[in-house]
Design a protein around this ligand. Structure first.
Ligand code: F6R
Length: 369
């Protein structure tokens, strides 16, 4: 079943390009997104949505956090992301104009299922983004957009994560098209970029050997920090989660802009910090802000591993290692930047002699609250 791979996780990371490609396949017509699963809710309903609430757990919630930036930008609807277990214990404000989007690979996660049921009972519309045909969560939802990542066997979610981001983007584009917040030209441009992601992911997979070496010399590391900004922030959280669950080491993801509000006190000589560097072509100059963060932590002795796009020379003087990802505009970076982090979690676990596919204390599908 592993087909020559050292683990299911290795195989599943290698399938990230196809996971995105298959999730997009058949859902673009004439250059625009066509999701009948969503449009079946009716144009009036879709135009009337005044809030999107994404509910999910773990890695799926991080995919939702990435999706939030895109849906807000493209459909101009406020989006909140909430961890599923927090949802129904505080009487959340819901209305028929609230679209509750659940994200789940398995479609069986109890926390997420109970949140969906709760939302539906209280009159919200529910849409499930799910990787498992006919699972319980999609059956309990008004609509479902399947991700087509294929079965995920390793406990740590990888290819489902990139497929989930792609699905939230399809949703954001579809809503933007229906609501008229995106012109056809804008939508077509974004769809074209989304369609380029699988090929870029194939290139991104090329970092595997480099990460293996890196993980090898880091096998005794006790703590790793991850910094990201904007869509890079959830990617930082995802990188940290993978290290915790796979390599059993303490890892935290921080919003780079929060550094001086506390976390920078953690930086001491030798502390390893991964930094997700936004593109220098980003018009909002987030790049220079993150580069100054790198300078700040470097000045305090951090060992900086920058994940930056091809050709970004600004990071070179300050980073100990630079991992390159292909050029993409800001929204399309997370699916690429997560590849080295998925590899890193896997390779650090392997370097420590741990079971990559079956980390201790964890189950693939969490069917208890
Ligand atoms: C982390 C991981 C978990 C799952 C979470 C939700 O690598 O796999 O955090 O993402 O348990 O699972 P699903 O998506 O099946 O609801």
């Amino acid at each position: 079943e592993k087909g020559g791979w050292s683990s299911f996780m290795a195989k599943e990371i290698s399938e990230e390009p196809e996971a995105v490609a298959k999730t997009i396949l058949g859902r673009v017509h004439d250059g625009l997104v066509d999701l009948p699963e969503v449009t079946a809710l009716g144009a009036e309903v879709l135009r009337g949505i005044d809030r999107v609430l994404i509910i999910a757990c773990g890695t799926a919630a991080y995919a939702g956090m990435v999706g939030k930036y895109a849906i807000e930008q493209w459909a101009r609807i406020p989006v909140d992301v909430e961890l599923a277990h927090e949802f129904r214990y505080r009487e959340p404000v819901l209305s028929p104009n609230t679209l509750v989007v659940s994200i789940s690979q398995s479609g069986e996660t109890m926390d997420t299922l109970m949140a969906v049921k709760y939302a539906r009972e209280r009159g919200a519309r529910t849409l499930s983004i799910c990787n498992t045909q006919g699972a319980t969560i999609p059956r309990e939802s008004d609509a479902v957009v399947y991700t087509h990542a294929g079965p995920e066997v390793a406990v740590a979610s990888t290819k489902a994560f990139v497929a989930q981001i792609a699905a939230t983007y399809l949703l954001g584009l579809q809503l933007g098209q229906v609501r008229g917040t995106l012109s056809d030209d804008e939508a077509r441009g974004l769809v074209a970029e989304l369609q380029e992601v699988p090929e870029k992911l194939r290139t991104a997979l090329g970092v595997g050997e480099r990460i293996k070496d890196l993980a090898h010399w880091m096998a005794n590391t006790r703590s790793v920090l991850f910094l990201g900004r904007h869509v890079g922030y959830p990617v930082a959280l995802e990188g940290a989660l993978k290290l915790k669950e796979l390599a059993y080491i303490h890892a935290e993801g921080f919003a780079a802009g929060e550094l001086k509000h506390g976390p920078i006190a953690l930086i001491e000589p030798g502390q390893v910090v991964f930094v997700l560097v936004p593109s220098p072509r980003d018009p909002r100059s987030l790049h220079s802000k993150v580069v100054s963060n790198i300078q700040e932590i470097r000045a305090r002795g951090a060992r900086v591993i920058a994940i930056a796009e091809q050709g970004d020379a600004a990071v070179l003087p300050y980073a100990d290692e630079v991992i390159r990802i292909p050029l993409a505009s800001p929204f399309f970076e997370p699916m690429l930047a997560v590849v080295p982090l998925h590899y890193f979690g896997m390779e650090l676990a392997a370097a420590k002699g741990l079971d990559v596919d079956q980390p201790r204390n964890l189950a693939k599908s969490v069917t208890v609250e």
